[in-house]
Design a protein around this ligand. Sequence first.
Ligand SMILES: *[C@@H]1O[C@H](CO)[C@@H](O)[C@H](O)[C@H]1NC(C)=O
Ligand SMILES: *[C@@H]1O[C@H](CO)[C@@H](O)[C@H](O)[C@H]1NC(C)=O
Ligand SMILES: *[C@@H]1O[C@H](CO)[C@@H](O)[C@H](O)[C@H]1NC(C)=O
Ligand SMILES: *[C@@H]1O[C@H](CO)[C@@H](O)[C@H](O)[C@H]1NC(C)=O
Ligand SMILES: *[C@@H]1O[C@H](CO)[C@@H](O)[C@H](O)[C@H]1NC(C)=O
Ligand SMILES: *[C@@H]1O[C@H](CO)[C@@H](O)[C@H](O)[C@H]1NC(C)=O
Ligand SMILES: *[C@@H]1O[C@H](CO)[C@@H](O)[C@H](O)[C@H]1NC(C)=O
Ligand SMILES: *[C@@H]1O[C@H](CO)[C@@H](O)[C@H](O)[C@H]1NC(C)=O
Length: 478
Amino acid sequence: MELHRNLKSSKILQISLILVLGFSSLRISECRKHRILESSKSYSSTNCRAYTTSLTDFGGIGDGVTSNTKAFQRAIDYLSQFGSYGGGLLYVPPGKWLTGSFNLTSYFTLYLHKDAVIMGSQDMNDWPLIDPLPSYGRGRDEPGGRYSSLIMGSNLTDVVITGDNGTIDGQGAMWWQKFRNKELNYTRGYLIEIMFSDQILISNLTLVNSPNWNVHPVYSSNVIVKGITILAPVKSPNTDGINPDSCTNVRIEDCYIVSGDDCIAIKSGWDEYGIAFGMPTRHVIIRRLTCISPSSAVIALGSEMSGGIQDVRAEDITAINSESGVRIKTSIGRGGFVKDIYAKGFKMYTMKYVFWMTGNYGDHPDANWDPKAIPVIDRISYSDMTAENVTMAGRLLGIQTAPFTGICISNVAIQMANATKLAWNCSDIQGVSSFVSPQPCDSLLDQDSESGPCPYPTDRLSIDDVEFKECFLPSTHA
Ligand SMILES: *[C@@H]1O[C@H](CO)[C@@H](O)[C@H](O)[C@H]1NC(C)=O
Ligand SMILES: *[C@@H]1O[C@H](CO)[C@@H](O)[C@H](O)[C@H]1NC(C)=O
Ligand SMILES: *[C@@H]1O[C@H](CO)[C@@H](O)[C@H](O)[C@H]1NC(C)=O
Ligand SMILES: *[C@@H]1O[C@H](CO)[C@@H](O)[C@H](O)[C@H]1NC(C)=O
Ligand SMILES: *[C@@H]1O[C@H](CO)[C@@H](O)[C@H](O)[C@H]1NC(C)=O
Ligand SMILES: *[C@@H]1O[C@H](CO)[C@@H](O)[C@H](O)[C@H]1NC(C)=O
Ligand SMILES: *[C@@H]1O[C@H](CO)[C@@H](O)[C@H](O)[C@H]1NC(C)=O
Ligand SMILES: *[C@@H]1O[C@H](CO)[C@@H](O)[C@H](O)[C@H]1NC(C)=O
């Protein structure tokens, strides 16, 4: 983009040339309602953009064979100039757009048409190696660095990835097979990773077959994930749905997830690296989630929680054929905390465990973890739930030297699959319960009285105040 490098000398010249360019490769979005043509396609977003360009304007070819890595990166680099002038939108038309990893920019929207499929390259060189996350100290699968994520963003403000239910297909089978065969020297990439960023919206998309986790916002704030369908084979390795990691103010709603690992896993770094980095995940709301996770949790807290996890609210959740409803995973060596966790309004069908807490998860990054780093688990509230066809109601195993405290379970009706089996197995936990069937373990029974309903916060999270605007694509993209 020689032309635009020269333009940097004069902002006024830049703007006027942008306007001229607007009639060729660049199309000015019609964001004001009175200018909207009948045929314009509307979509909702946290921010509309002033400039729109199509991937085809940058040489994109949607035949499922040609590589579009350069087209994506050139289009996004080009649009990055308009951040101060209303931002840019990259339109991905119908077609199969094969690509390697690419980086996003600020004040930017990636918009997928409903028949657009972004496909992850099968050439590992298209997923360049990058540094490990500082709060993990190494890759999650293997020591050392890791492969880039397919769609990456770092140090950004105001990023939207959306579409009319268009698809991002990681084509992960190649990676799963290499992982299972222990042929990989580095950790598999994620489908979407946004780090050190603020104001992120990921909405109205279908994500399939990620090589590893699907959506990984990390060291970020003000993140909304809404209206996302995530599909991966239930036996695919580590295909977690949405993993907010050392993030503040996160809102996950209206998602449908079927995958080979946890549907949602809230994290904050791993053992000594996470403790040193010290960045908690706080103020998370999850609502209207449907999850199928036969070998993992609907909502997991941990196992990487060394920066701490606090103030997570989950409500109106449907779980089908899943291993556990809510699971806390931690270990001596993790340090950190999991506290003020509130879950209510779950409907569960065919579960191995409704509630599961694991204080001896193990799984350390290396031999340098600190045996004196004891996690604190406190104020965990579960209420207003039903579950059917359950193997075990609760398996709640704390840490002997540091029991999990402040556990409250109320108004939970669990129908056991086999009534004769042990319903609860608890150790090193303390708490109360009321109106729970079958009757919980002794450590949750208040001998003197019913404890009453468990607390659920009544204040509003600031991320719930973020509103959507009606935006319009140029009629050429309708
Ligand atoms: C997502 O799609 C639905 C249904 O088409 C639409 O009502 C909603 O505004 C969209 N929301 C976002 C955030 O894209
Ligand atoms: C994306 O940006 C990161 C730095 O944030 C860099 O390490 C990486 O190489 C970039 N990836 C690509 C594909 O350009
Ligand atoms: C991104 O932000 C982090 C945290 O502020 C900083 O350490 C890092 O150097 C930044 N990276 C880039 C490429 O600017
Ligand atoms: C989006 O597409 C997926 C996959 O085809 C489908 O299951 C889901 O129902 C669609 N979502 C909407 C809102 O149309
Ligand atoms: C992993 O490293 C080994 C030894 O250096 C090498 O032979 C192999 O090709 C590497 N595998 C991959 C997938 O890069
Ligand atoms: C109950 O759960 C078992 C697995 O534990 C499953 O095989 C069976 O189909 C379930 N029954 C119903 C009625 O969902
Ligand atoms: C219930 O018991 C039957 C017979 O012992 C067994 O085959 C079945 O797997 C059990 N179901 C569950 C969900 O534990
Ligand atoms: C409860 O769980 C512990 C730890 O997994 C196990 O050793 C014990 O056998 C279980 N108790 C029962 C009665 O199943």
